[in-house]
Ligand binder design. Structure first.
Ligand code: AMP
Ligand code: GLY
Length: 428
C-alpha cells in the first residue's frame, strides 16, 4: 500500500513516520515535508493550498490513500477535489471543515444540536461592542470567526480592555479579515482535554485522550502558542467521563453533521473544557492536533495505514486501532522569541545523541541547509518518548531534550505536570 501525507510540521512527521512502520506499506510520501520527515519517508515539493496539483500528485504516485494534516487545505476544499477525482482521502469536505473554519458556524452547530458549550453571542458591528462584551462577565473569551493560526482567541480580564480588543479585532487589526466577526464567549474554568476521533462519515473510532500545553511558559504563563507539549496517558480521563464525552459530544456532533447532509469524514478534534458541570466544547478542529498527534501516534499500535485507508473508503475498521500500555510524552523545543518574532536558519546539534537516548525527535520547523538541519519555524522539534509510567515517559523525553542544542532554544519544563499530580493524589 502507498500513502501520501499532506503537510510539513510535527504532526505530519508523526503521521508519515507511523504510516511507514506498517507492514502493508511499501511507499510513504509527504508533501512538502521537512528535514526530519525526509529522513523517514520520500518528500515531494509542493504547495499545500494547490488542491489540483496535490490530487495530480496523488494520481501520479498511485497512492492508495492520502491523509491531510493541516486545516488550511481542508478549508480550501482539498478533500472535495480528491473525492471528485475518485481519490481516497482522509479529511472532511470544505462544507464539513467549517466546524473549524468558522467559529460562528461551530457555535451555531453546537447550540442547534444541544451539545454542551460555553454561552456566547456573535458580534459584527463595532457599535454593539459596549453593550455586548460584558454580557457574560469577566474574564471573557473573544474569538475571531475565521482561521487565525492559533492567534484568534483572546482571554481578557476586564471591561476596558475587552472593549478595546474587540474593536481592534472587528477593525481587522488583530488577525485581519478573520476577525471581522467575533464570538464573545463565557469563560469556562476547568481542565482542558484534546479528544480526537476518526470517522468515515458513518462509523467512528475513538483515539486515546491527550492533553496539550497551549501557553508559552511554565505554570501556564505567557501568550498562547500552537502547543508547547502534550502527553497521552489513561489518567487524563476516567472511563465514565470518556463515555459521557462520547454520548454528549462525539455522537451528537457526527449525527448533526450527517443530518445537515454534510457527513464528517476524517479526524474530528474536540477541544474540551472539563468543568464542574461536565465536558464542554471549546472548539472543533477538523484534523489531528499538533503536538497532540506526536505522543498519540507514538503510543498507537496496530495497522494505522490500514485504518486510514479503511476510513478513506468509507468502510472504517475500528479493530485496527490498539493502544499500547505505556504512556507517552512530547516536549516541544521552540525558536527564541516564539510565539512572537523569531529567527530561522539556526543550526541544530545533538539530534543523533537525542535518538540514542531512546526518544523519537519529530521535526516541526526544520529544513536542510548544505545537508545539515537548521531551524525553519517557531516550533522546531517535538521530542517524544514513552515510559512505564507518565513520570518515566517525561524523564525520557527531557533527557533527549537536554542532548539537543540550537541558539535561543526554549521549552517548557513542566509538560505533563497535571498527569504527575493526578498520579500523586491517587497514591496519597
Ligand atoms: P480555542 O482556539 O477556541 O480552543 O481557544 C484557544 C484557547 O483559549 C483554548 O485552548 C483555551 O485555553 C482558551 N479558551 C478558549 N475558549 C475559552 C473559554 N470559553 N473559557 C476559557 N478558556 C478558553
Ligand atoms: N494543539 C492544538 C491544535 O492542534 O489546535
Amino acid at each position: 500500500m502507498k500513502v501520501l501525507v499532506i503537510g510539513g510540521g510535527g504532526r505530519e512527521h508523526a503521521m508519515a513516520w507511523r504510516v511507514a512502520q506498517d507492514s502493508a506499506v511499501d511507499g510513504a510520501y509527504c508533501v512538502p515535508g521537512n528535514a526530519g520527515i525526509a529522513a523517514d519517508v520520500s518528500c515531494v515539493p509542493g504547495k499545500i493550498l494547490q488542491t489540483k496539483e496535490l490530487s495530480s500528485l496523488a494520481e501520479f504516485l498511485e497512492v492508495d490513500c492520502t491523509v491531510v494534516g493541516p486545516e488550511a487545505p481542508l478549508v480550501a476544499g482539498v478533500a472535495d477535489e480528491f473525492e471528485s477525482r475518485g481519490l481516497p482521502v482522509v479529511g472532511p469536505s470544505q462544507e464539513a471543515a467549517r466546524l473549524e473554519g468558522s467559529k460562528v458556524f461551530a457555535k451555531d452547530f453546537l447550540v442547534d444540536n444541544a451539545i454542551p458549550t460555553a454561552r456566547s453571542v456573535t458580534l459584527e458591528d463595532e457599535r454593539d461592542v459596549d453593550a455586548t462584551v460584558g454580557r457574560f462577565g469577566y474574564p471573557v473569551a473573544l474569538k475571531a470567526d475565521g482561521l487565525a493560526a492559533g492567534k484568534g482567541v483572546l482571554i481578557v480580564q476586564e471591561e476596558a480592555e475587552a472593549r478595546a480588543r474587540a474593536r481592534g479585532m472587528l477593525a481587522g487589526n488583530v488577525v485581519g479579515d478573520a476577525g471581522r466577526r467575533i464570538v464573545v464567549e463565557q469563560f469556562l474554568d476547568g481542565e482542558e482535554v484534546s479528544f480526537m476521533v476518526l470517522s468515515d462519515g458513518e462509523a467512528y473510532c475513538v483515539l486515546p485522550a491527550t492533553q496539550d500545553h497551549k501557553r508559552a511558559y511554565d505554570g501556564d504563563a505567557g501568550p498562547n502558542t500552537g502547543g508547547m507539549g502534550a502527553y497521552c496517558d489513561d489518567s487524563i480521563l476516567s472511563s465514565a467521563m470518556r463515555d459521557r464525552i462520547i454520548e454528549r459530544i462525539v455522537e451528537p456532533s457526527l449525527a448533526g453533521m450527517r443530518r445537515r447532509g454534510t457527513p464528517f469524514k476524517g479526524f474530528l478534534y474536540c477541544g474540551l473544557m472539563i468543568t464542574q458541570e461536565g465536558p464542554h466544547v471549546l472548539e472543533f478542529n477538523v484534523r489531528l492536533g499538533d503536538p497532540e498527534t506526536q505522543p498519540l501516534l507514538y503510543r498507537l499500535e496496530g495497522e494505522f495505514a490500514e485504518l486510514l485507508a479503511s476510513a478513506s473508503r468509507g468502510a472504517l475498521d475500528p479493530s485496527l486501532v490498539r493502544v499500547a500500555e505505556r504512556p507517552t510524552a512530547c516536549v516541544v523545543m521552540a525558536a527564541g522569541g516564539y510565539p512572537a518574532k523569531y529567527r530561522t536558519g539556526i543550526p541544530i546539534r545533538g539530534l543523533r545523541q537525542a535518538a540514542q537516548q531512546g526518544a523519537k525527535v519529530f521535526h516541526a520547523g526544520t529544513r536542510l541547509a548544505a545537508g545539515s538541519p537548521v531551524t525553519a519555524g517557531g516550533r522546531v522539534l517535538g521530542v517524544t518518548a514513552s515510559g512505564a509510567g507518565i513520570g518515566e515517559a517525561l524523564s525520557n523525553a527531557y533527557r533527549a531534550v537536554r542532548a539537543i542544542d540550537f541558539e535561543g532554544a526554549h521549552y517548557r519544563s513542566d509538560i505533563g505536570s497535571r498527569g504527575l499530580s493526578r498520579l500523586a493524589s491517587e497514591n496519597a
